[in-house]
Write a protein that binds this ligand. Sequence first.
Ligand code: G6P
Length: 611
Amino acid sequence: MCGIVGYTGPKEAYPIVITGLKRLEYRGYDSTGVALLNNGLKVYKKKGRVADLEESILGKDLHAHTGIGHTRWATHGEPSDTNAHPHVSTSGKLAMIHNGIIENYAQLKKELTNKGYTFKSETDTEVLLNFIEEIRKNNQCDLEEAVRVALKRVSGAYVILLVDEDNPDTIIAARKGSPLVIGVGKGEHFLGSDASPMLEYTKEVVYVNDYELAIVRPDELILKNLGNEKITPFVTKLDMELAAIEKGGYDHFMLKEIFEQPSTIHDCLRGRLDALAGTITMSGVENNIEHFKKAPRIIIIACGTSWHAGLVAEYIIEELCRIPVEVEYASEFRYRNPVINKGDIIIAISQSGETADTLVAIEKAKEQGAIIFGIVNVVGSSIARLSNGGAYTHAGMEIGVASTKAFTGQLAVLTMVALKIAREKGTISEERYRNLLLELQDVPEKVEALLKNADEIRLIAEKYKDAKDALFLGRGYNFPIALEGALKLKEISYIHAEGYPAAEMKHGPIALVDENLPVVFVATKDSYHEKIVSNIQEIKARKGMVIAIATEGDETIPGLADDVFFVPPADEIIAPMLSCIPLQLLSYYMGVAKGVDVDKPRNLAKSVTVE
Ligand code: G6P
């Protein structure tokens, strides 16, 4: 978590850094700070959002051509002005920002305390910074060498940006485990946790790798490994426009991203799915097709919403490909001693491609010989680069903290992967295969149609916004959608919600049902339809309030439910891509009705780069 920005060049650094921080706020918004180099080092920092800092330093001398900035998601030490980054070293000459966690900071702190160092903040960052300063003093070396020596002693994850008032046109950066992008301009360089701070200035970027150190000056970018050997920077072209990170007339990014889904799903299918020819082109699958065909097992690893996409995929892959699938929380998988057999395939799902737990879990599986297939949204991200093969979701930049369009992109990719393997394995009939291709092709249009009725969901949301709890129930392919609906409601409206398999509710959650409890049923027409209708009746018999997501033309559910939202008919394998959308809207409108900052709900961050 945490966002970092840096600039060195002929332009004014402050406006670039502050605008960059606003774009990176999705990574954390507990505190903000900048360090500027102009006749010495100036550091301004404050608890709260970027706008709070901006306001508090109005009128100050912010002129500088080199600057760094940080937006924090607190790990060590509560959100406060003192714990905000940048931190300044004991000599007052160095300032540093950091994204990640220094796991052995307590040991380093002890060593420094014994040497007489004192600390202003409770952060691991201030410890690392003074550790670097101490090495520079002790070894009589330059800053670059001191950083190298220090980082060899550090365990944990980091991206650091470091400036020195004696070298005011240089930023030293290093990375292990957290993302770092360097934008290459004409006589200037930009640094960021992602490319958004540099979009309007350059399309040429370098993705820095783990254990690399960058010495960045206006007209020079030197990359080295921790052994002090030079590495040639690999410059790639960015395929992203400024419009992708603007709200485009919507009140919130989350709403914009929900409404983008007809086009993002279309982009995901484009060039891959040809329903008429009956083909799916996915080189990541094709290159590994023999492994997929023979795979004794597929293990899906993910976190959060991506984990829910994995659960839907479990149903689809087992049904179509007849391969056993296990879906694992990355955070649990990495600390267990999981059994990975020869030929097992790991599918890692991640919007950001940077989630620390997912990253480490797949590193661990890779060490044990597993093949890693990554399903990632952010091009060039760490998980994408670590995977042996994979497929991008092509949902475009997702800024709202709650994942929406990335989720439907993941479902679209996973469905195509399953169909492709099933066809190759011969576990699907030609007729079903062709039908599902046609169904997939129609998804963007169906999503567009259901979004036209978004206002109906807004009215439902306003009706139930004062609920204290909510239950989300579904069966089969729609069970993970119930989980996802509950997660969305929790994070966006702060209403406590639980997702459950509809049949399982009799083993506990039904005790909660009374006339105040809204129960959301994801009850589209599928092979479980009669069963879920019975479950609705069971809730109604106990006076619960039922909100149902049903298929257009369903004549039973409207007679039972208090409120119904209809989605277009679809095969049960395809239905989750439709039924999840009213639930995204429900949480969005409930959050708005309750006055929650839906794009930046409390305590959350979009990219969880600490474990
Ligand atoms: C955070 C985000 C979620 C996301 C999860 C996994 O919790 O708020 O929206 O689903 O991380 O992130 P990933 O980038 O790996 O999909």
